[in-house]
Design a binder for this molecule. Structure first.
Ligand SMILES: [Fe+2]
Ligand SMILES: [Fe+2]
Length: 409
């Protein structure tokens, strides 16, 4: 399957190699949900359809006032809501991918992988549709005007925006599914469905992340700012989706009241923050978490309210022992040239991916094209680490981020 196609000029060898690997992975492990899920197996009347802790009202007085049967019913309706949204999200993605392919080389591995991904998504749509039917529920359908708007999205999702939108649509569901699929309280059929989805989505996410990484390097500054800030709309969308009144009403609750309670629930915020954490780290790493986006993700409680509190004054006194900060002089090496700077850095061990994420601000004079060559080495406190300059701040400083062992600590 190795091809030395003409597409190399536009797609690039790295993309071809990544796509080749993903194609081989797809041959090795893909599912056909029509036969790979036992649709006739009886449902367990005492098991949840989403783990209780992931149901939007969990941890609130409203939840505590419900009977176990009501709680199970709400978990069923919330799963149906999520599966329904999954179907039309996959529809948008497939439309956008197919439109994109009209401009792509049909002989390249990247094209072949995009087509394979579309095949996965069509099978997921069948799987989700069959699951809703098996659960004995009605799908949650957007209103007509919403469907018209949704159908317009594939026209807007092109190039880097397509891959960022794909990640926003896939990664939050994916990380939540990873957290819940082995829960023993969960219906076995739902566990199976999530396992199948997570396996195939892992490849989609790699493909989209690779697409973003490659494009972000060549992206004109204005375009990068646009993509980096527009992704914050994802927070509004997910808040709308996760607190849609329809599942509450179907479970016999007051839809508006339940929505208000869920949106204010600190436990719910924690669930959302842990679901968004892997994507947030990625967007930070590639410099696509703009200030407006950060504010929107924060306002919709997908990012913690004030994560930079620990940085103030360079005071390394974390409440939970997981955060570390550093303030002081440092040397930033860009394109073999050393620059003396001051830095304020903070980092934490991410409980989701188990890696140390650090970021902060660089004060100092750097070459004009520093952001165009964002790969750098930062030495602080006697340690050196790979760093990425991610943006120029409004105050004339630079944002820097890194993953792995920090240059301090
Ligand atoms: Fe999918
Ligand atoms: Fe996907």
């Amino acid at each position: 399957m190795t091809r030395s196609s003409q597409a190399s000029a536009t797609v690039g060898p790295t993309r071809e190699v990544v796509s080749d690997r993903l194609l081989r992975g797809s041959v090795r492990k893909s599912y056909e949900p029509v036969v790979d899920i036992d649709w006739d197996a009886p449902l367990d009347p005492d098991k949840f359809f989403l783990p209780p802790a992931v149901v939007s009202l969990y941890g609130t007085p409203m939840w505590d006032a419900m009977t176990r049967q009501q709680q199970i019913e709400l978990s069923r309706q919330e799963l149906v809501n999520t599966l329904s949204a999954g179907i039309w999200f996959e529809n948008i993605l497939n439309q956008a991918l197919l439109r994109d392919l009209m401009h792509a080389d049909p002989t390249s591995n990247a094209t072949h992988y995009a087509l394979t991904e579309m095949g996965d998504e069509t099978r997921h749509m069948v799987m989700f549709g069959k699951a809703i039917e098996r659960l004995g529920a009605k799908p949650v359908r957007p209103r007509r005007y919403q469907r018209v708007m949704i159908n317009g999205l594939p026209l807007a999702f092109k190039g880097s925006l397509l891959w960022v939108a794909a990640l926003v649509g896939e990664e939050i569901f994916d990380s939540l599914q990873r957290q819940m699929m082995d829960d023993p309280d969960l219906q076995p059929m739902v566990q199976r469905l999530m396992r199948i989805h997570v396996t195939e989505e892992a490849r989609h996410i790699q493909f989209a992340r690779d697409g973003v990484r490659r494009r972000v390097r060549e992206m004109p500054r204005l375009h990068r700012m646009w993509v980096a800030n527009l992704n914050g709309v994802g927070g509004l969308f997910f808040r709308f989706l996760f607190t849609n009144p329809v599942p509450y009403r179907r479970a016999g609750l007051d839809g508006r009241k339940a929505r208000r309670v869920a949106r204010r629930s600190p436990h719910r915020h924690d669930v959302q923050i842990s679901g968004f954490a892997p994507l947030a780290a990625f967007l930070e790493e590639v410099g696509l978490m703009g200030p407006l986006a950060r504010r929107l993700w924060r306002r919709t409680n997908f990012l913690p309210a004030a994560p930079s509190r620990a940085v103030a004054g360079g005071n390394a006194a974390p409440e939970d022992g997981a955060h570390e900060t550093y303030e002081g002089s440092a040397v930033l090496r860009i394109a073999d040239e050393d620059h003396a700077v001051r830095v304020r850095l903070a980092g934490h061990l991410d409980p989701i991916d188990g890696r140390f994420h650090w970021r902060g601000t660089v004060h100092g004079t750097l070459p004009d094209d520093a952001l165009r060559r964002p790969e750098a080495l930062l030495t602080a406190n006697g340690r050196t680490a790979a760093a990425r300059l991610t943006e120029r701040t409004q105050q004339g400083d630079y944002s820097v981020a890194g993953l792995g062992t920090p240059p301090f600590g």
